[in-house]
Design a protein around this ligand. Sequence first.
Ligand code: NAP
Length: 284
Amino acid sequence: MSIVVTGATGKLGQLVIQALLKRTSASNIVAIIRNADKAAQLAALGIEVRLANYDDIESLYTALVGAEKLLLISSSEVGKRAVQHFNVIEAARQADVKHFVYTSLLHADRSPLALAEEHWLTEQALFKSGLTYTILRNGWYTENYTSGLKSALSQNVIIGATDEGQISSASRQDYAEAAAIVLTTFAHENKVYELAGDKAYTLTELACEASRQTGQNIVYFNMTEHDYREKLINMGTEPAVANLLSNSDAGAASGALFDDSGCLRQLLGRDTTPLSDCVRQGLL
Ligand SMILES: NC(=O)c1ccc[n+]([C@@H]2O[C@H](COP(=O)([O-])OP(=O)(O)OC[C@H]3O[C@@H](n4cnc5c(N)ncnc54)[C@H](OP(=O)(O)O)[C@@H]3O)[C@@H](O)[C@H]2O)c1
C-alpha cells in the first residue's frame, strides 16, 4: 500500500505524516515536496520523498506512479490553486491513483468566503474526473487566531471583523489526525466530510480565555470589513492577503465558519481539541 501526501513540508502536512506513522509503517508513505532542500527530515523518518510541483504536471505524474491513496493538501498559492489542483487531478487520473483525498474548505459549495471558490472548483473537477474521492472540508484552523496571541498581549487587544460570529475551528492536529484516519481506514469512498471543532466560540470569548490564562485584560475590538482591511495593510500585510483575511472575517460574522455536524469528532472518535488548550499552546 502506498499513501502519498503532498504539501508534506507544510504545517498540516508534517502533522499528517506524524499521524500516519502512528497508523502504518514508514515504508507505506511517500511524501511529495517541491523543494529538495527540505527532504532530509522526512527521509530521516524512513519515508520515500519525491519531488513535484503543482505547476508541473509531468513531475506530478512521475511522483504519483504506484500511488494507491493520495492526499492533496490544498496549495498555499491562492489565485493559482484551481489550476494547480486540476494538474494534480489529471496526473492522478493518468497514474491510476485508486483513492484521491482532498483538503477543501468548510461548506465549500455554499461558503461566501472568497477562499471557497478555488476549493469548490477543485471539488467539481474531482467529481467529474471519475476518480474515487474523499473531500475533507476543513474548517478554520484555531491556530489562525492563537498564533497571533502573543503579539495581541502587548496591546491587550485582539482585532478583527468577525463581530459575534460563532467560529467552529479545530486545531491542525485534529484535521491531520482525521486525514490520517481516512487514509488508513475504509468506507470513506466518494464522501464529503464537513470538519469543524465541537464547540464554537466568538473572538470575544477567545479574548476572555486569553485573559483568564494570562491574568491580563485582553479585549476583542470589532471593526468593519473595510477598516480591518485598512488596518492590516497599515500593519504591513500585503493588500491581497488583507483582502482575504478581512473577507474571511466578514464571512465568519455571517456564520460561515460555524458548523455543528459533529463529523470531525465522529471521525476522530474523541472530542476535538478545546479552545483553552489551543490558547495555552499559542501563549507558549
Ligand atoms: N483552514 C484554514 O484555516 C487554513 C488556513 C491556512 C491555510 N489553509 C490551507 O491549508 C493548506 C495547508 O495548510 P498549512 O498550514 O500546512 O500551509 P503551509 O504550511 O503553508 O503548507 C503549504 C504546503 O504546500 C506546499 N506547496 C505550496 N505550493 C506548492 C507547489 N506549487 N507545488 C508543490 N507544493 C506546494 C508547500 O511547500 P513548501 O514547504 O516548499 O513551501 C507546503 O508544503 C494551505 O496550503 C491552504 O491551502 C487552510
